[in-house]
Write a protein that binds this ligand. Structure first.
Ligand SMILES: Cc1ncc(COP(=O)(O)O)c(C=O)c1O
Length: 408
């Protein structure tokens, strides 16, 4: 097993890297949506050609599609180390939290409470905050206004015996520090509450062992993890008692449907296998065998590859005194989603100038409006965000640094 990522092999799996219209463009908006690997595109092509129809009937094309969807559940569950009946696919994480909020509300009584962190993307904030209008208490676990980070002691102060759930992110899409989910789960469980974790910004850097993390609900978006546009939702058995089923009444006992009010998107779910085909191929290419440790090996392979690039970028940014880096300067404590503001230039202006220099970067509030406001940053101008993943090359990092140096 080699621990050094074969970048050539990796980039061959992504058609975007041999696309003429993207030639010379360095992609740094991965936290918005990653490139799709060829295994997913191939799955889409096959499904659209051969079995774009209703699944689970006796005729072969239908039965095959149903089987492919079941495989997606089973394989995803193995990657996340949870039961296949605990994995559900909805249209997006925002829609999944919306449904979960209805499910939770139906089982709460006035005066029950929810704690929501102040570090969230709005997908994991607004739906919970709105429960206040139905008589629930909504308590905000505020971040430190300078660092944007959360303090566990503040959470402990907020918990009481009527708190049903704590909603927080594994890793913010702006500040990007990796929260100690296991430690937080223990605190939350000791107070008899459940923990919901938004893993959208964490999962592109390796699918985690959800069982080991201790989250009762874990969410991520596969269009940011090289896959199709879906929201992946893990609802552990430990969360079922506080959630009212949201499916059609006759589907209440179908595990893959009970938190899914709409019909599932057959093609997207079946194509999810392509993402796992890619991960399997990557592990095999690096000497891995088909065993339970595959997800852990990939997580560390991704982290190792990303961290040396992250160090280069953080070193550059934190040595400038005209920039405010959001989140920690330590590559072992954060994801490679690197946001900053300048004391001289507007974020929008930096974004335009980066685009002129073939750096595809994001600028704005990234739907983390409340977090920016708490940190004293105008959501209108927002922050500049350079987000990258394991397929980003050191050359692209140097290209971004050279462009920033020129602009700043
Ligand atoms: C941290 C985080 N959470 C949630 C979401 C929402 O995901 P979706 O687009 O699947 O609703 C995003 C999207 O950018 C995000 O970055």
């Amino acid at each position: 097993m080699t621990t050094t990522l074969d970048l050539n092999f990796v980039r061959q799996q992504f058609p975007a890297f041999s696309e003429a219209s993207l030639d010379g463009q360095a992609f740094f908006e991965n936290a918005g949506g990653s490139y799709m690997c060829r295994q997913v595109i191939d799955r889409f092509t096959t499904i659209f050609h051969q079995r774009k129809l209703q699944p689970y009937y006796a005729f072969k094309a239908s039965a095959d599609l149903g089987m492919e969807m079941d495989q997606a559940h089973e394989r995803m569950a193995r990657y996340l180390n949870v039961g296949a009946d605990e994995v559900m696919f909805g249209p997006s994480t925002s829609q999944n939290t919306y449904v979960l909020a209805q499910a939770l509300l139906a089982r709460m009584t006035a005066g029950d409470g929810i704690i929501v962190s102040g570090q969230e993307h709005e997908a994991n904030a607004g739906v919970w905050r709105r429960l206040e209008a139905s008589g629930m208490r909504v308590l905000i676990w505020e971040v430190n206004a300078d660092t944007g980070e959360l303090d566990l002691d503040d959470l402990t102060q907020l918990l009481d015996d009527r708190i049903t759930m704590v909603a927080m992110t594994h890793c913010s899409n702006l500040v990007a520090d990796i929260n100690p989910v296991r430690e937080i789960a223990d605190i939350v469980h000791a107070a008899n509450a459940i923990l919901l974790v938004d893993g959208v910004s964490y999962c592109p850097h390796g699918l985690p062992d959800v069982d080991a993390l201790g989250a009762d609900i874990y969410l991520f978006s596969s269009y940011k993890t090289y896959g199709p546009h879906q929201g992946v939702m893990v609802v552990r058995k430990s969360a079922t008692s506080v959630l009212e089923p949201q499916s059609h009444y006759f589907n209440r006992d179908v595990p893959s449907k009970w938190m899914i009010p709409a019909g599932p998107d057959h093609v997207q779910i079946a194509a999810m296998n392509g993402m796992l085909d890619y991960f399997d191929a990557l592990d095999k290419h690096h000497g891995g065998s088909d065993d339970a440790m595959r997800p852990r090996r990939l997580e560390s392979l991704f982290h190792m590859a990303e961290r040396s690039n992250l160090k280069m970028l953080l070193d550059y940014l934190s040595n400038r005194n005209d920039l405010r880096l959001l989140g920690p300067n330590d590559p072992t404590r954060r994801a490679p989603t690197v946001s900053f503001v300048s004391s001289r230039l507007s974020s929008q202006e930096i974004g335009r100038q980066l685009a002129d220099r073939k750096i595809m970067a994001g600028v704005g509030d990234f739907y983390a409006v409340r977090l920016l406001e708490t940190m004293g940053i105008s959501p209108e101008d927002g922050a500049v965000r350079l987000s990258f993943v394991h397929y980003t090359s050191p050359d692209e990092i140097n290209q971004a640094i050279a462009a920033l140096d020129d602009i700043l």
